[in-house]
Design a protein around this ligand. Sequence first.
Ligand code: GAR
Length: 204
Amino acid sequence: RTKVAVLISGTGTNLQALMEQTKKPSSSAEIVVVISNRPGVLGLKRASMAAIQTRVVDHKLYGSRAEFDSTIDRVLEEFGVELVCLAGFMRILTGPFVRKWNGRLLNIHPSLLPSFKGVNAQKQALLAGVRITGCTVHFVAEEVDAGAIIVQEAVPILTNDTEDSLSERIREAEHRAFPTALELVASGTVRLGEDGHIIWNQSG
Ligand code: GAR
């Protein structure tokens, strides 16, 4: 089974969905470590409850992004990690880190990319007045919220939606999309090609 690290910054509901998927005997992936850049968050507790190892790499304790990223990288090597899932991880990773993990680094974003990149994607969608938004799981590229798309799920925007009600509806879709994408990559059904595009392997 593919050894996976999940990087979080907060609540960890996506982490929870990934943990539930990977504990199934049919899963091609196993989560070996959960890393948070913020101490004391609920996601760390969720991991402990599932008997998964946790590490805190507090970005505030590092003088530069490079030092922070190389500490994360050291933890990943320590656990023999093969695939990294960013699940509500709110730090931008440096070029060298992203290049090293190219094709092995997945992120979830609360919009249908390439629309509404960056922070507050749900609010951006409400302000833009679109009637459909959603979530995207993609391979991480050096440019923020770019990179080849693995799975997307559309979510309607309802007339009385607030940022909270919309975010909640998107989260439910995320909890389906992220486990699906992880299984596709961990099983070898989907991979990132040299040219930065997705390759589907029929015999996966
Ligand atoms: C999710 O909605 C995820 O898409 C978003 O943070 C939330 C984390 O929720 N990520 C980003 O906005 C990345 N820029 P969770 O901690 O409950 O999984």
